[in-house]
Write a protein that binds this ligand. Structure first.
Ligand SMILES: [Zn+2]
Ligand SMILES: [Zn+2]
Length: 138
């Protein structure tokens, strides 16, 4: 009787370990697929400083950008945190778009109720172009 009880406990412990291992594998794998580490480096994002009198524009690797966001994100604030501007040192850099057509750099979502990457200068939007292309292929 005692022996079978011991066996049952052992099986319970082993099962528990297996479940735990499964959870850990799930968590680490999920991190790998969802975290910034999964992003391929080499895709550059434009950033623009919103500080008055600065307006510095620079490029940052998408991966570094998301890693920065993860580190600095305030869970109480939905907005993305500002990135430190290499020129003025303020946390006032935000993701921007550089227009492929006219080279103008602007903040995403400048044109209300429109694509975030709509250029306020010439009206070009890469998202719109890509959607048009995708529709043509259908
Ligand atoms: Zn600045
Ligand atoms: Zn433009």
């Amino acid at each position: 009787m005692e022996e079978s009880k011991k066996k049952a406990v052992m099986i319970g412990v082993i099962m528990g370990c297996l479940v735990l291992a499964g959870v850990i594998t799930y968590l680490t794998q999920r991190d790998k697929t969802d975290g910034p580490e999964s992003l391929k480096p080499g895709v550059m994002y434009w950033l623009k400083c919103t500080a008055e009198g600065c307006g510095h524009e620079w490029q940052m690797d998408r991966r570094d950008y998301f890693e920065y966001l993860e580190e600095h994100q305030d869970p109480n604030i939905m907005a993305a945190p500002g990135v430190v501007c290499p020129k003025c040192g303020g946390e006032t850099g935000y993701r921007a778009e550089k227009c492929e057509k006219c080279g103008h750099t602007f903040m995403r979502g400048t044109v209300p109720h429109d694509f975030a990457d709509r250029c306020p200068e010439c009206g070009h939007s890469k998202t719109e172009e890509e959607r048009k292309e995708a529709r043509k292929k259908e």
